[in-house]
Design a protein around this ligand. Structure first.
Ligand code: UD1
Ligand code: MG
Length: 441
């Protein structure tokens, strides 16, 4: 029979050291909240179910609940053991193993969670994930007895000088066998400097009760905990390092350290990303596509062979068709460009659909907003929009229609028509105000 396993994700702590109006676990790494990362790790690991522990005011958590993730409220934040017990109904009686994850530890890999679970399902009562820290300040220290067995985890506030010198630290990830070891959570007291119920106390209790306890080690970069914004920046840097390495497996980044990825960025084979590019959430760059320098993309699909930038911005559900070209100082917002479209210079294309092969001249603006509502612009296949045109939406330009340069288009243009919407030019002979004696050099 399959083992029954549960991840308990702790996200109720206040995180006061962030000094933020926003709850700590909603701060983002790679454009995804830390709680999002922790839940993703849980869901991608082999656990059967996940229990999320939140504070009573976490109204944001409602949308995270569901079949696979149950929500549990910790009424008062009285420590990590107290928080795990808030999810007790999720693991009482039936679970073979429970693994605890901290929502402020966003970079843990699912495989590491599985490793701890394997240790417990393989016979250990408790498996602790530790790491070696160059600077262990702030972390709980993992204390071993003379035989190298796990004896206790000491929080920094409660540690003496010798214990503080220990560099083996507690990551917070802990797998606990169902039955006696999980029941022992209830024996944890609050006899420490903070007067909190510490999950880490389970280890001292386990030592007394001769539990079989094991330690696994992970690199610091994977298990760093985020309690302040300096650590948040460190986690972001590590996230970016990983994302760049993943992309470099099959794509070219001319200056990897200057390209910023998000948690869901997809870079296909042979894509080329030039220096100083920011890819916000929801970006996919297709095979052989190029993102040129200093571009900012979010919620945008760049199809195979397309080129965007330099200095381009695309957002709001945009899609750039195969082999299309979007050039410098162009902004796309919720714009769908079909294959081979060209918008090469200085344009705003918003709430628009552009048919295959259309050419949008320099300085074209879709006037999508009337001050109250947004409206759409439709541009047909092969249409040609002359430079410096304003297309006042809602409006549609037919296939192979031609809009004269400098036009303000307020009415639909049929297929194949020529539309001119500008003042007629007047030429008056000899009326130039430039004086005759002005020397021209
Ligand atoms: C904790 C560990 C420490 C470890 C470090 C790793 C304890 C007592 N200490 O310390 O050994 O080295 O993480 O990063 O476990 N939380 C709740 N309810 C509470 C308290 C906390 O849900 O009442 C949650 C927090 O939201 C957070 C996690 O538990 O996600 C850890 O709490 P935090 O206060 O950050 O503990 P640390 O001091 O970092
Ligand atoms: Mg922490």
């Amino acid at each position: 029979m399959e083992a029954r396993t549960l991840a308990v994700v702790l996200a109720a702590g206040k995180g006061t050291r962030m000094r933020s109006a926003r709850p700590k676990v909603l701060h983002e790494v790679g454009g995804l909240s830390m709680i999002g990362h922790a839940l993703r790790t849980a869901v991608r690991s082999g656990v059967e179910r996940t229990a999320l522990v939140v504070a009573p005011d976490a109204t944001w958590a409602d949308r995270l609940g569901g079949d696979a993730v149950t929500l549990h409220v910790q009424a008062e934040q009285r420590g990590t053991a107290h928080a795990v017990l808030a999810a007790r109904e999720a693991f009482a009686d039936t679970m073979d193993a429970v693994v605890v994850l901290f929502a402020d530890t966003p970079l843990v890999r699912p495989a590491t969670v599985d490793l701890l679970l394997e240790r417990v399902l393989g016979g250990a009562d408790i498996a602790v994930l530790a790491f070696r820290a160059e600077d262990p300040t702030g972390y709980g220290r993992v204390l071993l007895d003379e035989d190298g067995h796990l004896a206790a985890i000491r929080e920094e506030r409660d540690a003496d000088t010798a214990e503080r010198a220990v560099t083996l630290c507690n990551s917070g990830v802990m797998a606990i066998r169902g039955g006696a070891p999980t029941e022992a959570l209830q024996a944890i007291g609050a006899d420490n400097a903070k007067g909190e119920f510490y999950l880490t106390e389970l280890v001292a209790i386990g030592a007394e009760r001769s539990f079989n306890m094991v330690v696994e080690e992970a690199p610091f970069a994977e298990v760093m905990g985020i309690n302040d914004r300096g650590q948040l920046a460190l986690a972001e840097a590590e996230f970016q390092r990983r994302a760049r390495a993943d992309a470099l497996a099959h794509a070219t980044l001319l200056a990897p350290d200057t390209v910023y990825f998000s948690h869901d960025t997809v870079i296909s084979e042979d894509a080329l990303i030039e220096p100083y590019v920011v890819l916000g959430p929801g970006v996919a760059v297709g095979e052989g596509a190029t993102v040129r320098a200093f571009s900012h993309l979010a919620d945008t699909v760049v199809s195979p062979g397309a080129v965007i930038g330099p200095f381009a911005r695309a957002r709001g559900g945009s899609s750039i068709g195969p082999d299309a070209k979007v050039g410098n100082f162009v902004e796309l917002k919720n714009a769908t460009l079909a294959s081979g479209v060209k918008v090469n210079h200085l344009s705003y294309v918003g709430d628009a659909g552009v048919g295959a092969g259309a050419n949008i001249g320099a300085g074209t603006i879709t006037c999508n907003y009337d001050g109250v509502d947004k409206h759409r612009t439709a541009i047909g296949e092969g249409a040609f929009i002359g430079s410096n045109s304003a297309l006042v939406a809602p409006v549609s330009i037919g296939s192979r229609a031609f809009v004269g340069s400098g036009s303000v288009i307020t009415e639909d243009v049929p297929d194949g028509a020529l539309a001119l919407g500008r003042g007629r030019q007047v030429v008056k002979d000899g009326r130039s105000p430039v004086k005759a004696k002005t020397t021209l050099s």
